[in-house]
Design a protein around this ligand. Structure first.
Ligand SMILES: Cc1ncc(COP(=O)(O)O)c(C=O)c1O
Length: 400
């Protein structure tokens, strides 16, 4: 989203005359999303809050287990832990970075109550197989659509298969309102309970909002320029380490603890940012697809293995490379910055695996993928020259 648009929205809401609206903004967002998915869709302040609320509504807690895949971020196991339940990790398929169905089956126990199916980085997960397992075993199926807003499978939108699904509008996601998320509810038995929980949510604390805005103006506003300016990147990294911005994953969450601002209502300003971003969804997803296609056509260096193509959306384009840390260092020297989602079985690397209930060695494929993951830049507003710059770097990598 353009910085100017966000400034306008903030000014309109804080200091300027309020634009006349026929609907409360959050009601408008709710209606827009519900129409898009043809299912009731309730905005909340984050994807992790959305997971938490679904689990709570389903009565999942102490003594229960919830199956998730490794090669994920701590925002998935955390809301499970916050309910008192235990996350159980299944390994992944190395060609898709999605869950390995056989391992998922092996991990089912008498305590399993739900499966969270992650559509990793925009690639549809094995939805038919997992739906069948959930049906046979009487498990709740939650689709994690944090990465795949706008993608479909066999003509049906992802997010409309499971009993309930979650969206994330955090920074770096398909649609970003700086912070935000939503619950999509298909299972009618859950709807009333989730509505009650969402209605009772407190507002997001103001101090938190301020830091979120700071974040936007640095990460979203400067990030693209930073690609070609390693000094600015270093400065932002240093400020981030000092907790100057709201980190995506707070220090509490690295240890499985629940911060006070999750769950909460989505702030009206973020609602408006989301509303102004939504109309761009399809155009931006198709541009991401075009960028991915260019990488597939142009990258010739065999040391970089791109995953097989897919029919979802390309939130990130992943390449495997044997030594990502060396690669990132060299890239920065050449004024390029590549992403690292997910360079740990439970991202980010600083996450305490023990507190996440993850045992090292338990999901070898996920660990292998994490140790080789590089994200190629694919922001929708990247220019073709910038794409070529990244491609050239990879193709000439060994000579540089
Ligand atoms: C796979 C996945 N699920 C859920 C979430 C949670 O989203 P949020 O950051 O909005 O809480 C994330 C966040 O990065 C994610 O990557």
């Amino acid at each position: 989203m353009a910085k100017a648009e966000v400034i306008k929205i903030i000014l309109q809401n804080i200091v300027g005359p309020k634009p006349k609206a026929t609907l409360e903004p959050v009601e408008e967002l709710k209606q827009t999303l519900s129409k898009y998915f043809s299912l009731p869709t309730l905005p909340v302040n984050s994807g992790r809050s959305a997971i938490y609320l679904i689990l709570k509504a389903a009565g999942i807690g102490e003594g229960d287990e919830v199956l998730i895949q490794a090669y994920t971020c701590n925002s998935v196991p955390n809301p499970i832990i916050w309910t008192g339940a235990k996350p159980i990790y299944a390994d992944i398929n190395l060609d898709t970075l999605n869950v390995d169905v056989d391992d998922l089956k092996r991990k089912i126990s008498s305590k399993t109550r739900a499966i969270i199916l992650q559509h990793t980085l925009g690639r549809p997960g094995p939805i038919e197989e997992v739906m069948e397992i959930a049906k046979q075993m009487g498990l709740l199926l939650i689709e994690d659509c944090a990465h795949c807003f706008g993608a479909g499978y066999k003509g049906q939108k992802l997010g409309t298969f499971g009993d309930a699904s979650i969206l994330s509008f955090a920074r770096g996601k398909v649609v970003s309102s700086i912070s935000g998320g939503a619950v999509i509810v298909k299972n009618k038995k859950l709807l009333g309970k989730i509505e009650l929980l969402v209605d009772a949510l407190p507002p997001t604390p103001k101090s938190h909002l301020f830091k979120d805005f700071l974040n936007f103006f640095t990460w979203r506003g400067i990030l693209r320029r930073v690609y070609f300016n390693p000094f600015a990147y270093q400065l932002i990294q240093a400020l981030d380490k000092q907790n100057f911005f709201n980190p995506l994953y707070s220090s509490k969450e690295l240890k499985g603890l629940k911060p006070s601002w999750h769950p909460a209502k989505l702030h009206p300003i973020f609602v408006k940012v989301a509303l102004s971003e939504l109309p761009k969804l399809e155009k931006q997803n198709s541009r991401r697809g075009e960028i991915a296609e260019k990488y597939y056509q142009k990258i010739k260096n065999r040391k970089f293995r791109l995953l097989p193509k897919h029919k979802g959306i390309y939130l990130r384009v992943v390449s495997f490379y044997e030594d990502p840390d060396k690669f990132f260092k060299k890239a920065r020297r050449h004024k390029l910055w590549f992403g690292n989602w997910y360079n740990a079985p439970v991202f980010p690397k600083e996450t305490y695996l023990k507190e996440m209930g993850y045992t090292l060695g338990s999901c070898p494929q996920a660990e292998a993928a994490a140790s080789q993951t590089i994200n190629l830049p694919n922001y929708p507003d990247m220019t073709d020259e910038q794409i070529d710059f990244a491609v050239d770097f990879i193709n000439k990598y060994d000579e540089l």
